[in-house]
Design a protein around this ligand. Structure first.
Ligand SMILES: [Zn+2]
Length: 169
């Protein structure tokens, strides 16, 4: 396994609409293993493939950050089939360090995804798990959590992003 460098805003790979995974092979297994190590080391509760520069629909969520193996969800080609409720809680992102802001997300989700063997699976998620999944799935479409902010929260985010832009130059 290897830790991968995490891409930071304003890296353009964070704005790509990622491609569906169609080959379920050893390379995909390796990518997921490396992403898992990278997420746990960060430490983070979620990581999407574009955050390590890979434009494929692969996302990981692990609210236990490696403490509970059954909490690791490997979501390949995930698709939300049902969502309801809404809750506002603070969020952050490994690609936008040192910035958190409250975001509205559904509190319940049902999703379909494929596992490492390419088999379709279903998952129901509530509250923080639902929130983390929404955040990671957004990444697969080039959407960042700051895109959901409005009003004053959006102004705060803009300032933080402008600072990152300056530092990246
Ligand atoms: Zn993120």
């Amino acid at each position: 396994m290897a830790r991968l460098p995490i891409r930071l805003f304003p890296d353009p790979v964070l704005r790509v609409r990622c491609a569906e995974v169609s080959v379920f092979d050893a390379d995909l297994e390796q990518l997921v293993a490396d992403m898992t190590e990278t997420m746990h080391a960060a430490p983070g509760i979620g990581l999407a493939a574009p955050q390590v520069g890979i434009e494929q629909r692969v996302a990981l969520v692990d609210l236990s950050v490696g403490k509970e193996p059954e909490d690791l969800h490997v979501l390949i080609n995930p698709r939300i089939v049902e969502s309801d409720g809404s809750g506002v809680e603070p969020e952050g992102c490994l690609s936008i360090p040192d910035f958190t802001e409250k975001v509205s997300r559904p509190t319940h989700l049902r999703l379909e995804f494929q596992d490492l063997q390419g088999t379709t699976q279903e998952l129901e998620a509530d509250d923080w798990l639902a929130r983390a999944i929404c955040h990671e799935l957004d990444h697969l479409d080039g959407v960042l959590f700051v895109d959901h902010l409005r009003g004053l929260r959006r102004e705060k985010a803009k300032r933080a992003l402008r600072k990152m832009l300056k530092e990246a130059r």
